[in-house]
Design a binder for this molecule. Structure first.
Ligand code: SF4
Length: 345
């Protein structure tokens, strides 16, 4: 299926180049981006200060958007809403809005499916289809912002897919999110989460100048278990990952966070906690503990609140900053990628 490029996803250079190529002043390119990223237009007809010929020329070369809303559901017990979008080629993807006081965080997806294949994650179970474009990633924020009518303050790359496996689209999205001509969200309000693609982590930190927050999906403190839970560990071992992170931490003094999905009988032992303490101390890392959200495709169970609290208390006693993050509720099949997977069945 041969699809046109979309206007959402353009950066300033591309918009100005397109304008100049059509013998239109470059500032029209900037005006276009204002309509997209500040006013979130759903039709080029709304961009009333752009000359008719420029709009016609844009329509001839581009589609406006790559996503349409499919479904949104509120998650019980949490101020969270899960949004399901449909791409132009008919695929589904998910984003979550989490509202905590003044903070409005959107969790974006970066791929349709995920090649990493973590066995506790719904995204890793379905077939990998393709990378999302920068336009499709940025639109998740744009359409949610338009829907809720207030500014999104934070963005986390923790939805479906491995952001650093869709590297250029992720980097371009980060640029649009931060730019004054874009969504103007500060780098410290953006977090990219990775399963641990070490060469790409280095490139990501260098290209984002260490400003965007980095989070590592750790899930185990030993190679044997991590090889099973996060299969990319077979390629980039914990030793390699930690050496990379130590260097980043030493050179940039930047805070790194560990995400740790707690699965009873798999990675909740005192030995695992001790290993996690050792790794976290090395980097002065904060740990987010996430209760495993059972998916139909695996046998993993959800931990009880007691298991969560016990594991956290072991970390706290050793001076590790550890929080328990609630997962988006289970009642609407909210495990990462699960809503999409359900729709495919
Ligand atoms: S947990 Fe993340 S890296 Fe692992 S399969 Fe799911 S989306 Fe991919």
């Amino acid at each position: 299926m041969d699809l046109k490029l979309t206007l959402y996803g353009l950066d300033l250079e591309e918009a100005e180049t397109f304008a100049k190529a059509g013998k239109v002043p470059a500032y029209r390119g900037r005006q276009l981006l204002e309509w997209l990223y500040k006013k979130h237009i759903a039709s080029l007809e709304e961009a009333v200060n752009l000359p008719r010929e420029f709009r016609d020329s844009l329509s001839a070369h581009y589609d406006l958007a790559g996503l349409s809303f499919d479904e949104a559901g509120r998650l019980t017990g949490l101020e969270s809403t899960k949004f399901l979008f449909k791409t132009r080629d008919g695929h589904l993807l998910e984003s979550v809005l989490i509202v905590q006081k003044d903070r409005k965080t959107v969790c974006v997806s970066t791929q349709l499916g995920c090649k990493i294949g973590c066995p506790f994650c719904a995204s890793g179970q379905g077939k990998f289809i393709r990378n999302l474009t920068a336009g499709e990633i940025i639109e998740q924020v744009v359409w949610i912002e338009k829907q809720i009518k207030v500014r999104v303050t934070n963005v986390v790359f923790m939805g479906m897919g491995e952001p650093l496996d869709n590297f250029e689209a992720t980097m371009k999205t980060l640029k649009i999110l931060q730019a004054v001509w874009g969504l103007e969200i500060g780098a410290r309000h953006i977090t990219v989460s990775t399963a641990g693609l070490t060469p790409k982590i280095v490139e990501f930190v260098s290209r984002s100048e260490g400003r965007v927050r980095l989070s590592i999906s750790l899930h185990s403190s030993n190679d044997e278990t991590r090889n099973e839970l996060v299969p990319i560990n077979r390629k980039y071992s914990l030793k390699e990952l930690m050496e990379t992170l130590k260097k980043i931490h030493r050179d940039l003094k930047r805070e790194i966070t560990f995400e740790y999905t707690l699965i009873p009988g798999v990675n909740d032992s005192n030995k695992e906690a001790a290993g996690l303490v050792r790794l976290a101390k090395t980097l002065d890392t904060k740990v987010n503990l996430i209760p495993c959200n059972p998916i139909r495709e695996s046998q993993f169970k959800s931990p009880t609140p007691e298991i969560m609290e016990h594991f956290r208390s072991v970390l706290l006693k050793q001076g590790i900053r550890a929080t328990i993050r609630q997962t988006a509720g289970r009642d609407i099949r909210a495990a990462c990628g699960q809503l999409r997977l359900d729709k495919l069945q």
